[in-house]
Design a protein around this ligand. Structure first.
Ligand SMILES: *[C@@H]1O[C@H](CO)[C@@H](O)[C@H](O)[C@H]1NC(C)=O
Ligand SMILES: [Ca+2]
Length: 140
């Protein structure tokens, strides 16, 4: 039992990632009031989070993309190093890598208000736009 637990802990540390479950993502997006903006559904935002990061709030594989929505450090957050960064969301990029995604959702709300809307995200265009997204919100 103890060994079992140690293996689980070691695996979690080695993986260094923190994925939320789907319904937690649904709830945070709902609370943030994203659904309905510019005609986008709750499913559009959940689908985006899934295809951007697989709900991994710690994802930071590219040096300029942060967290569950892969928010970019040129326009939206301050990582203290991206040249010319605008920090439109007024947030340190590291705050986009923790498991509280209320602030991430708030930043998405700002990003979506731009003319491109969700088309700012390639994964949304590729996997979510025009698709039946009911499975992303089912049961939550
Ligand atoms: C979307 O898919 C679900 C089953 O996965 C189905 O029940 C529903 O009718 C579909 N909606 C549309 C608009 O096709
Ligand atoms: Ca956060």
């Amino acid at each position: 039992m103890k060994i079992c637990l140690m293996i689980v802990v070691a695996a979690a540390l080695a993986g260094n990632s923190w994925a939320l479950d789907r319904c937690s993502v649904v709830r945070a997006i709902r609370r943030g009031g994203l659904a309905g903006i510019k005609g986008y559904s709750l499913g559009d935002f959940v689908c985006l989070a899934y295809h951007a990061s697989r709900y991994d709030t710690s994802l930071h594989r590219s040096p300029t993309e942060y967290g569950i929505f892969q928010i970019n450090s040129y326009w939206w957050c301050d990582d203290g190093k991206t040249p010319g960064r605008k920090n439109v969301c007024r947030i340190p990029c590291r705050n986009l890598l923790n498991t509280n995604i209320a602030d991430d959702v708030k930043c998405v709300k700002r990003i979506v208000s731009d003319p491109n809307g969700l088309a700012a995200w390639e994964p949304w265009k590729k996997y979510c736009r025009g698709k039946n997204l009911s499975s992303y919100v089912r049961g939550c």
